[in-house]
Design a protein around this ligand. Structure first.
Ligand SMILES: *Cc1c(COP(=O)(O)O)cnc(C)c1O
Length: 392
C-alpha cells in the first residue's frame, strides 16, 4: 500500500480516468500487471538470474521513463535500450543502475556514453577497437554472434573476441548473445537454440580460460525465458513478455507463465451522426452503407499507431461493452465506427481499441494478428501524441 502511494507520488500515477476522459487518445498502463509479469518471469528462471528489463522503443509503447522508474523502485537495476538517446532519456529521468545500449553507437558519441554512465555493446571487435581509441573509460558488454547473423563478433573468432577484454579503456561488465528461434519448440528449432547456447557457453569458457572476466552473461529474451528457462545465466532480457504480451496469439509458452497485459488503448467518441443509405463515408468513398447507419467518429488514427489495414480486415472497437466495426478508411487522426446497434452512444464516450470493456476484450495479440503483424510492432508504434496514463 505504502509502495503504491509512493509510486503514485513519484510518477504522478493517476487513478482510472473518470468518464469522459480528458485525453484525445491514450493508453492505460497497469503497473500492478507489470510487477506481476516481472515476478512471474523471475520465478521461471534460476534464482541467481536477474532481470534486465528491455525498455527500448519507449518501453514497447508503454512509456520508457515511467516504466523504468517504476521497475527501479521495485528492485530492477538492469535496463536495455536500443540506442544512446533512449539511454540518455532514462538518465535524465533519474533512472539508476546499468543501462545497456543493445545496438551500435558511433565512437563519436563516447563523451555522452561516459557522461550518462551508459554501457555500450561492442558489436564487433572492430567496434571495440574504435571505442577504445577514443581514450575514455567506458563500460561495455561484448556481443557474440552465435547464429543470429545480425550483430556481434562471430563465435568462431576467438582471437578477436579475446581482444575485446584487453583494451585499456574498456571495462567489460558483461558478455551476451541473442537467440534467433527461441519462440519455436519443434525439434529443428530446439536443436538450433541449443547449438547457439552451446556456442555461447563455449566462448565464455574460452574467455575465462584466457584469464578474462566475461562479467554478467546473458542470452535469453522473452521467448528464451518462456521456452528455455533452465539456461544458466546471470541476466535475462525480457521485453514483450514483461509487458504481459506474446508476439503472436497462438505462440507456445512452455513454462505456462501467466502473463497479464499491462496496456489498454483508448480513444474518445467525438461525434455521433446518422448517415443515410448510399451516402459515402470518409476518404475515397470507400464505404457506402446500404441502409441508414449511425456513425461515431473516434479521436484516434494511423498517426497514433492504428494501422490502416485494420479497417480492411474486419477491425472493430468496443463502446459501451459492445463491438463497433470500423468503417471507411482510417484517417491520420480519426476513424469512424458503426454504432447503429449500440444503444445511447454519445460524444465523450470511451472507445477501447485494445483492452477490456464489460464482458468484451480485444487483446493486443488479436489486434496484431488482424493487422498481419506481431504484437511488438503494434505496441511499439503507438504514437508519441497518445497520452500515457498509469494506474495501480
Ligand atoms: C529487443 C531485444 C530483446 C527483447 O526481446 P523480446 O522478444 O521483446 O523479449 C532482447 N535482446 C535484444 C538484443 C533485443 O534486441
Amino acid at each position: 500500500m505504502i509502495r503504491l502511494l509512493q509510486a503514485a507520488l513519484l510518477f504522478r500515477v493517476r487513478t482510472k480516468p473518470a468518464t469522459p476522459s480528458v485525453h484525445r487518445a491514450w493508453v492505460e498502463i497497469n503497473l500492478n500487471h507489470l510487477e506481476h509479469n516481472l515476478l512471474a518471469l523471475k520465478q521461471a528462471l534460476p534464482s541467481r538470474c536477474l532481470i534486465m528489463a528491455v525498455v527500448k522503443a519507449n518501453a514497447y509503447g508503454h512509456g520508457s521513463a515511467p516504466v523504468a522508474q517504476f521497475l527501479n523502485r521495485i528492485g530492477v537495476n538492469h535496463f536495455a535500450v536500443a540506442e544512446i538517446e533512449e539511454g540518455i532519456e532514462l538518465r535524465k529521468h533519474g533512472v539508476k543502475g546499468e543501462i545497456l545500449i543493445l545496438s551500435y553507437t558511433s565512437p563519436g558519441r563516447v563523451h555522452d556514453l561516459s557522461r550518462y554512465r551508459l554501457t555500450q555493446t561492442i558489436v564487433s571487435a572492430e567496434h571495440g577497437q574504435a571505442l577504445n581509441q577514443c581514450g575514455r573509460k567506458l563500460k561495455v558488454h561484448v556481443k557474440i554472434d552465435t547464429g543470429m547473423n545480425r550483430l556481434g563478433e562471430p563465435y568462431v573468432n576467438i582471437q578477436a573476441i579475446r581482444s575485446c577484454y584487453e583494451y585499456e579503456h574498456l571495462h567489460v561488465t558483461g558478455t551476451f548473445s541473442h537467440l534467433s528461434v527461441s519462440d519455436r519448440v519443434e525439434p529443428e528449432q530446439t536443436a538450433f537454440t541449443n547449438m547457439q547456447v552451446d556456442r555461447f557457453m563455449n566462448v565464455i569458457q574460452q574467455i575465462k580460460a584466457a584469464g578474462h572476466n566475461p562479467g554478467d552473461i546473458h542470452i535469453q529474451s522473452s521467448y528464451g525465458i518462456l521456452n528455455y528457462p533452465m539456461i544458466d545465466c546471470d541476466l535475462a532480457r525480457p521485453g514483450i513478455a514483461l509487458y504481459g504480451l506474446l508476439s503472436k496469439e497462438d505462440d507456445l509458452n512452455l513454462m505456462q507463465v501467466k502473463l497479464r497485459p499491462a496496456l489498454s488503448l483508448k480513444a474518445t467518441v467525438a461525434q455521433v451522426k446518422d448517415v443515410r443509405a448510399h451516402c459515402p463515408i470518409g476518404y475515397g468513398h470507400k464505404f457506402i452503407p446500404s441502409h441508414d447507419i449511425r456513425i461515431a467518429a473516434l479521436t484516434i488514427g494511423y498517426a497514433d499507431g492504428v494501422p490502416k489495414t485494420l479497417a480492411d480486415r474486419g477491425g472493430y472497437v468496443l463502446i459501451r461493452g459492445q463491438r463497433a466495426r470500423i468503417v471507411g478508411n482510417i484517417c491520420m487522426d480519426q476513424l469512424m465506427v458503426d454504432v447503429t446497434s449500440i444503444e445511447g452512444v454519445e460524444h465523450g464516450d470511451t472507445a477501447t481499441l485494445i483492452g477490456q470493456d464489460g464482458a468484451e476484450v480485444i487483446t493486443a495479440c488479436q489486434f496484431a494478428k488482424r493487422c498481419g503483424t506481431v504484437t511488438n510492432e503494434i505496441v511499439s508504434r503507438i504514437g508519441s501524441r497518445v497520452a500515457r496514463v498509469y494506474t495501480s
